[in-house]
Design a protein around this ligand. Structure first.
Ligand code: 5CA
Ligand code: ZN
Length: 478
């Protein structure tokens, strides 16, 4: 590789933070130079990935949810109704106080999330049993004045891709089933991004403000920290009481409804690029890659036949539903490889005069670098099955990576030791004090109680030494 190409490369992924920041620019995901802290700009290529990712979540939700759109601005009086919710968000809200030069009579909040925008309308929409379950979602921008270190795609002050679902049910149990369903949905969504996630119930002190309980999904990042990439909250009838969302039950009485909400953001994209990427750049799962196959004509003297053959392959693959690009530009093949590797294109297809004579092409996979010569006769099937293999391989590698980095620990010393690599699993007596002492002593807290616990297990809480029958994940988090 030419010196200048090497220089233009990425820092090693071992230095995850530097690698990530460079990758966002060189992989053309986000431009971080916008002059407001915590706000970033999507490059068109990154936005194309976003569109593919959000098509997947839409497809999953549209089976039994409806998409909607609520206003960005929330009047102060509605925002201030739910006490716990206010406590959780008041330090993070941006306020609109003026229209032009005139002060507004009622201040308007930029939504940090939309409960207080949506539920006053749910009060009007929910009348009877027949109106439930109501399952709506929207994909919007939300604003949070985050005080922790902001990072592109991970901790934003304008979350540009906030998918929030809000459901209403007749009973507490129905809402609880919906929370489970939401976690199943998210797990499937992430499976399609080839990202394995861990679902756990957050401890009381870490649940969503105003919720009965919160179940979260976390992805394990390359540096051993976890990233919360989705949450589902059982809201009980807390918001229904505040916003007076009632329905007439079979006895003709007005009773409160039960609610859930669940959300994901562009953290989903942070997780997928971080987990799969390598020192050469992005490695995109075929399902979300803007370009799934790049065709490189290998041209010596007579270009005509090779270019025609490449054009035919492109048409065949496109007709089979693949996203294909032919790079017949003037730059050297090596420079082209470098460029498309950086952009994570799953399959490179090389076709030169010799291949043409053999009625064959060379397929090179981005994930392993393996090359394979295949016949031109059933090229669409060959490429399709290679794309499927790449997806499976990415998922399996990531799954193995998580399995290998969950460590069962029974004393604080080993917890501290393992946290530099991944997640510790310990017994917990259930006392908040022990949970908080973990944070003080080892700088990492309880992530949550895995939703899938072994039937019966017991051990000792490493903080206080008491008997415990609950296991928890402990992790350093983003
Ligand atoms: N109303 C609920 C459900 S929609 C809610 O707001 N839940 S949340 O606060 O947990 O946010 C949902 C998800 O958005 C989180 O799990 C996290 O993945 C993501 N998220 C939260 N804050 C940010 C942020 N500042 N930047 C990027 N993503 C964020
Ligand atoms: Zn304890």
């Amino acid at each position: 590789m030419a010196e200048q190409e090497k220089e233009a490369g990425l820092p090693s992924k071992e230095n995850f933070s530097e690698w990530y920041n460079e990758l966002l620019m060189k992989g053309e995901i986000m431009d971080v130079r916008y002059p407001v802290k915590g706000l970033y700009v999507w490059f068109p290529f990154g936005f194309n990935i976003r569109r593919n990712v959000y098509d997947i979540i839409r497809r999953l939700l549209d089976k039994d949810h409806q998409e909607t759109l609520f206003p960005l601005l929330i009047p102060e009086n509605e925002f201030m109704k739910e006490a716990e919710h206010i406590k959780g968000f008041e330090d993070e809200v941006y306020w609109v106080t003026h229209g032009g030069t005139s002060p507004l009579d009622v201040k308007l909040a930029l939504r940090p999330t939309s409960e207080t925008a949506i539920y006053p309308m749910y009060k009007l929409w929910i009348r009877s049993h027949a109106d439930m379950p109501l399952r709506l979602y929207q994909i919007v921008n939300t604003f949070r004045y985050e005080t922790k270190h902001t990072r592109p795609l991970i901790r934003l002050r304008e979350i540009t891709s906030f998918k929030e679902a809000h459901t209403v049910h007749a009973t507490w149990e129905d809402a609880a089933s919906q929370v489970e369903e939401a976690i199943r949905l998210y797990t499937e969504f992430y499976r399609q991004l080839a990202v394995p996630v861990l679902a756990s119930r957050r401890p009381e002190w870490d649940k969503f403000p105003g919720a009965d309980y919160t179940i979260a999904t976390d992805a394990l990042m390359p540096d051993g920290k976890t990233l919360q990439v989705g949450t589902a909250h059982h809201l009980g009838d807390n918001f229904a009481k505040t916003f007076d969302i009632t329905y007439e039950d079979t006895e003709g009485e007005q009773v409160y409804a039960y609610q859930t909400c669940y959300g994901i953001s562009e953290r989903s994209i942070a997780a997928l690029i971080s987990i799969h990427g390598d020192d050469k750049g992005l490695v995109l799962p075929p399902a979300v890659a803007p370009v799934q196959v790049v065709i490189i004509p290998i041209i010596f003297k007579e270009a005509g036949d090779v270019l025609d053959a490449c054009g035919n392959v492109m048409n065949t693959l496109e007709a089979a539903g693949m996203r294909v690009k032919m790079d017949a530009s003037d730059i050297r093949p090596g420079a082209k490889y470098y460029k498309w590797e950086m952009r994570g294109v799953p399959v490179r297809l090389e076709l030169g005069p010799r291949d043409l004579k053999n009625n064959a092409v060379m397929l090179v996979r981005r994930d392993t670098g393996e090359k394979k010569q295949v016949s031109l006769d059933n090229i669409a099937d060959e490429v399709r099955s290679l794309l499927d293999d790449i997806h499976d391989n990415l998922y399996e590698n990531a799954r193995q990576g998580v399995e290998d980095r969950i460590f069962e620990c029974d004393d604080l010393e080993s917890v501290r030791d393992k946290l530099s690599r991944g997640i510790a699993k310990i017994f917990w007596c259930g006392n908040k004090d022990c949970g908080l002492r973990l944070e003080d002593e080892i700088g990492a807290g309880i992530l949550g109680i895995p939703t899938e616990q072994a039937e019966s297990c017991s051990g000792k809480c490493p903080v206080c030494g008491q008997d415990a029958d609950t296991q928890v994940y402990v992790a350093r988090t983003y």
